[in-house]
Design a protein around this ligand. Sequence first.
Ligand SMILES: O=P(O)(O)OC[C@H]1O[C@H](OP(=O)(O)OP(=O)(O)O)[C@H](O)[C@@H]1O
Ligand code: HPA
Ligand SMILES: [Mg+2]
Length: 156
Amino acid sequence: MSLSTNKMFYVSWEAFHRATKELAYQLLGQDYNAIVAVSRGGLVPAAILARELNIRVVDSICVASYEHDKQGSLSILKDASLADSDKLLIVDDLVDTGETAKALREHFPKACFVTVYAKPQGKPLVDKYVTDIEQDTWIQLPWDMELAYSKPLAEK
Ligand SMILES: O=P(O)(O)OC[C@H]1O[C@H](OP(=O)(O)OP(=O)(O)O)[C@H](O)[C@@H]1O
Ligand code: HPA
Ligand SMILES: [Mg+2]
């Protein structure tokens, strides 16, 4: 899925916070004791979940997708130092094609993989998520946007 689609789902900071808090409610009482954020998109929801679930141990794994011919394959730029465990939460902002989630599940087979948003193709790879988004829709996340002037309708 690329940014060339014209279907957009715009997410404000408040909406992102609300949805991530809903994810925290779903995870409450499940005894997770550490988080691995999938950098960069997973850093923000990981911070919110860590606060809501009172988890003090937070690590990151830094990944990057290859371009063009190697599209879909993933390289790990920095691994997490936490070992795989069924008490570990792997947190990303969204799952789209599922390529990132697939690689992370192979890397952390025992852990629980969660995202805030999920598109149909990636959904089967996520243990928990909050909001369904259509496959042909681009999710515009709050850290990728800024406030801007909007012309009155009569002038458009
Ligand atoms: O299901 P997929 O098709 O693999 O897409 C989902 C991944 O894509 C985005 O990260 P991206 O690689 O754009 O990098 P970023 O988190 O550094 O922005 C998002 O944060 C997920 O990690
Ligand atoms: O819909 C999306 N929005 C932002 N980043 C993404 N990375 C993969 N899909 C998306
Ligand atoms: Mg990402």
